[in-house]
Design a protein around this ligand. Sequence first.
Ligand code: NAD
Length: 277
Amino acid sequence: MGAGLMGTGIAQVVAMGGYPVSVRDIAADFLDKSKTKIEKKLRELVDKGKLSEQDAKNISSRLTFTEDLKIALADADFIIEAVPENLELKRKVFSELDKMAKPSAIFASNTSELSIGSLASSTRRPKQVIGTHWFFPSQVMKLIEVIVTPETSHETLETTVVFCKKMGKETVVCQDAQGFITSRAISALIAECMRIYEEGIASIEDIDKAMRLGFNHPIGPFQLIDMSGLDVVYHALEGLTKVYGDRFKPGQKMAELVDTGNLGQKTGKGFYHYGSK
Ligand SMILES: NC(=O)c1ccc[n+]([C@@H]2O[C@H](COP(=O)([O-])OP(=O)(O)OC[C@H]3O[C@@H](n4cnc5c(N)ncnc54)[C@H](O)[C@@H]3O)[C@@H](O)[C@H]2O)c1
């Protein structure tokens, strides 16, 4: 569900894992873009000699793109939701899915931090609701963070872990608490680095450099925020602040950038400049 940045990558990985996949979005335009993106990625793999022409064809043939929820859900065993990070929207999607998906189907949310329990409570199948938090780019990143609620059944967890492994991914299992492991840990680093900058201790460039060269992080926290979108990170920090207190509070500089529409790479400016967009 959702053919955006994450849904597209996830659909590609699942199809490459040998499973038939139905990709559903609310508009044909998003589906066309998603299909084109996957075809391009498969072509790149063929050109690099990492995939045969025949395998690429087989993967493409396992993918269907549709706006029609009924068609998308027909016979779906495992439904991955990757619609925007908005609890009310996700609850609505889960409730709709619950009415139309087959009774045995498992629902997995790709939320980065929202309550899986809250999503489960919008269905009549809380035992079959779980979190599968993928990372961007899904084709490359090894981890899927699996989130269970007190109601998630053992069978649902087991099926999910086996499914992830069959797609070549590694899993970690985590209880349903705001931010799980990864979003909570990276947000703590981001919030602290923001304070280091705002206290005038070091520049953005040097903080990023310190994290890259000192800890072998592939990119620094400010580069990561620019890549993810300042609005997205700001929203996540606010959510964590509500639950865990001020240690996650987004800094003043970030608030200013968000207020002025400087959201990172996607707008051409965030903590760094990216030329005109
Ligand atoms: N972007 C990331 O790096 C990242 C990483 C991990 C997890 N996530 C999470 O993944 C989810 C999706 O994020 P994204 O970055 O792919 O968002 P996105 O905005 O790129 O894509 C969301 C897609 O969902 C579609 N959509 C909206 N309502 C829908 C509905 N009712 N049914 C089907 N499709 C619908 C939209 O049209 C859009 O194409 C969010 O929960 C986000 O927090 C994002």
